[in-house]
Design a protein around this ligand. Structure first.
Ligand code: CP
Length: 332
């Protein structure tokens, strides 16, 4: 039987997405029991994590299984390219690491969101895709520069809990400032999930912070097919007006992807891209969402993050429940 990976929200049909969210809602209401007793999930983090790591560990424990965590300090430097002549720094090929780990664990989760080249290179998710190719167990994307599908599942569950049906609801995905270069993963994933749900999406960012062109086109098509819409807007105030959900997150500039100093210079004039009470007042009493971690009083003010419409901790909490559903679907 072929294994199934979870690498991208684009892999999920609308039906599969609904099924997963329904299962997550049931798993949240009533614990499913020890259905994954004896199963082991290997988690490989090449970057830091609080939510993803803890929520996966808790999900596995609640289902009767357990996790093994490895960080980049524990691992040999890896070579993802096929047929590479390995006379450089990389000590081990992903092929060997993936095939070996597949003999130990029942599934693998991988976070690999380093900037290692141009956007054209990093959008290919080489390390993750190489693990998926050579593992004989399911591989789960724990965030790359291109996607963060587990986050988007938690976001969708959180919106559904508050709005019931997402079709036709007005979602603004808003770029906000951040001193560090960030991945496009959470933005690409929630964009595609919201499009599949038929939401009316406004994607708002300053000029120069366009998302990946292929993801944008795919999302436009998905939104149209589902009876929704997707509008790109470069004016923050106009984008927030009338929103029912305001989802804030920073993301990197793909044009200067391999020149972080230049990106930082561009962002110096963009400090006004921050969510505050005035911006929230122009929405239709919007929920405020952010996948965390958040730079307080840079991306969004304390007043709105701690305000009555903020659901940032519900998003984080829902990571456990959607991941339980995902693990049950992949491993049972
Ligand atoms: N949202 C999210 O993935 O958080 P962590 O980086 O803490 O895992």
């Amino acid at each position: 039987m072929s294994k199934r990976d979870f690498l991208s929200t684009a892999d999920l049909t609308r039906h599969e997405l609904d099924d997963l969210l329904d299962l997550a809602a049931r798993a949240k209401g009533k614990r499913p029991g020890q259905v994954l007793a004896g199963k082991t999930l290997g988690l490989l983090f090449f970057q830091p994590s609080l939510r993803t790591r803890v929520s996966f560990e808790v999900a596995m424990v609640q289902l009767g299984g357990h996790c093994i965590n490895l960080s980049s300090d524990d691992l040999y430097e890896l070579e993802p390219q096929d047929q590479a002549i390995m006379d450089g720094r990389a000590e081990e090929h992903v092929k060997d690491a993936a095939r070996t780990l597949s003999r130990y664990v029942d599934a693998l989760g991988i976070r690999s969101a380093a900037r290692v080249g141009t956007w054209e290179r990093d959008r290919q998710e080489l390390l993750l895709r190489s693990y998926a190719k050579y593992s004989s167990v399911p591989v789960i994307n724990l965030e790359t520069n291109f996607e963060h599908p587990c986050q988007a599942l938690a976001d969708a569950l959180t919106m559904r809990e508050n709005l019931v049906s997402l079709k036709g609801r007005r979602l603004t995905l808003l770029w906000c400032n951040h001193p560090e270069p960030k991945s496009l993963g959470p933005t690409h994933s929630i964009l595609q999930v919201a499009a599949r749900m038929g939401m009316q999406i406004t994607l708002a960012h300053p000029l120069g912070f366009e998302v990946d062109a292929e993801v944008l086109e795919r999302s436009r098509g998905l939104a149209q097919d589902a009876g929704g819409s997707l509008l790109v807007q470069n004016d923050m105030q106009a984008a927030a007006r009338g929103a029912e959900v305001l989802y804030a997150r920073s993301w990197g500039c793909t044009k200067y992807w391999d020149d972080t100093e230049r990106e930082a210079m561009v962002k110096r004039s963009l400090q006004g891209w921050r969510v505050d009470e005035q911006l929230m007042a122009s929405t239709d009493n919007a929920l405020l969402m952010h996948p965390l971690p958040v730079r307080r009083n840079v991306a969004a003010t304390d007043a709105v993050l701690d305000g009555p419409r903020s659901v940032i901790y519900d998003q984080a909490a829902n990571r456990t429940h959607v991941q339980k559903a995902l693990l049950m679907q992949l491993l049972q």
